[in-house]
Write a protein that binds this ligand. Structure first.
Ligand code: GLA
Length: 384
């Protein structure tokens, strides 16, 4: 496994594991990235705006078609193999449900799928809020496309992967993670309209980098809290008589909040403010204004902590450590919340000093941060 990456084979280790496991060479290589969201949190399921970027952490699959309608996949990082028959999908447990769910969603569209043998590996940390599950779904969709030859329509694929997550895996997530893993653009974040599903690439402010700060804490059983937030947002939308909170302007919120119970009101205040901040953040990025983008990120964190109540002690601590550093333009929790990662916008020349200072500030007994500079990457592709 000492071969070097080349244009012909950028993942020689994957091919070596494939050979050892299945014999011979893979016929195709696919990849799909995780993501970090710069701003626009808990807005996607309110038909609102999000501003994530695909990151240079991804899930890769080396694969070769089979002619018996089966899928056999070896997860190299876990040393686990799973297999299933496309014509008789049955629900089970574990990571393979994401692959199966994608097969279920694609077949539900009438697409005829060809099975495959595959080896999968990746470097998206799991449960950290960087969308390892969306990356796995989009990589699986690319794998089926490689063997089955249907057209790759990125937005449609993102919706089908979301359907797999919602209906097969049973996690009630919004569309953001799948959309950015499908549509990501190198060097850019994407302003995504979660109603029209249209995206506009916006460049990172020159001279700045995005640092993902992992608190080392994992979001345990948060499905119920997530679903509760969704219900509260729906309740608020009903109060305002609109299809989704996206349709409430900040002025309307203030003027007609009377009669809305306290919790849905706080949730709505976050979502309505966050939508406005996300549009302003995209504007700031178009102008290359790092200070303004950072200011909006800080405001987003406060709102997520106080009004949406999805932060945690660890997230608040790491965000405060980051915000203290002079080279940090702004920082906030990212993803669903309750643990996992924060994201910071940092001046490039000072990034090493920033990482050192934040870890020194955050680390205490039983608490250890890790920091990764993430580059904005392309969405899911067939590499070979
Ligand atoms: C999770 C969900 C997303 C989104 C975020 C919060 O990551 O999967 O759809 O709702 O939480 O912004």
């Amino acid at each position: 496994m000492s071969a070097r990456p080349s244009a012909a084979d950028p993942y020689p280790e994957l091919a070596a594991v494939f050979d050892a496991r299945f014999g011979g060479a893979p016929a195709a290589l696919v990849r799909a990235p995780g993501r970090v969201n710069l701003i626009g949190e808990h807005t996607d399921y309110n038909d609102g705006f999000v501003l994530p970027m695909a990151i240079d952490r991804e899930i890769r699959i080396a694969l070769r078609p089979r002619d018996d309608g089966r899928v056999r996949i070896f997860a190299a990082d876990l040393s686990e193999e799973a297999s299933f028959t496309l014509a008789a999908l049955e629900r089970g447990r574990g990571w393979q449900e994401y692959v199966k769910g994608v097969a279920w969603a694609l077949q539900g569209q009438g697409l005829a799928l060809t099975g495959w043998d595959g080896v999968m590996a990746g470097d998206v940390p799991r449960g950290a809020g960087l969308s390892s599950s969306a990356a796995l779904e989009l990589a699986a969709a690319r794998a089926f496309q490689a063997t089955s030859g249907f057209a790759w329509e990125a937005t449609r694929m993102a919706r089908l992967c979301q359907l797999a997550e919602n209906r097969w895996v049973g996690v009630n997530s919004g569309i953001m993670d799948q959309l950015i893993s499908a549509l990501g653009r190198e060097g850019h974040a994407l302003l995504l309209d979660c109603r029209s599903l249209e995206g506009e690439p916006v460049p990172l402010p020159p001279g700045h980098v995005v640092v993902v700060l992992d608190t080392g804490t994992r979001r345990g059983l948060v499905d119920s809290a997530y679903n509760e937030r969704r219900r509260q947002c729906e309740e608020a939308a009903v109060h305002y008589g609109v299809p989704a909170l996206r349709d409430v302007a900040p002025e309307t919120f203030e003027a007609t909040a009377a009669g809305l119970a306290e919790l849905p009101r706080k949730r709505a205040r976050h979502v309505i403010g966050e939508n406005a901040r996300t549009l302003q953040a995209a504007d700031a990025m178009r102008r290359g204004d790092a200070n303004e983008l950072g200011r909006l990120m800080n405001a987003s964190h406060t709102s997520l902590k106080e009004d949406f109540e999805v932060s945690s002690e660890a997230l608040d601590a790491i965000v405060a450590c980051a915000q203290e550093h002079p080279a940090c333009r702004g920082a906030r929790m990212t993803g669903g919340g309750f643990g996992g990662c924060a994201v910071a916008l940092v001046e490039l020349p000072a990034v090493d000093s920033f990482v050192q200072a934040v870890t020194a500030c955050y680390d205490t007994e039983g608490r250890k941060a890790s920091a990764t500079v993430c580059r904005p990457s392309d969405g899911a592709t067939r590499v070979r």
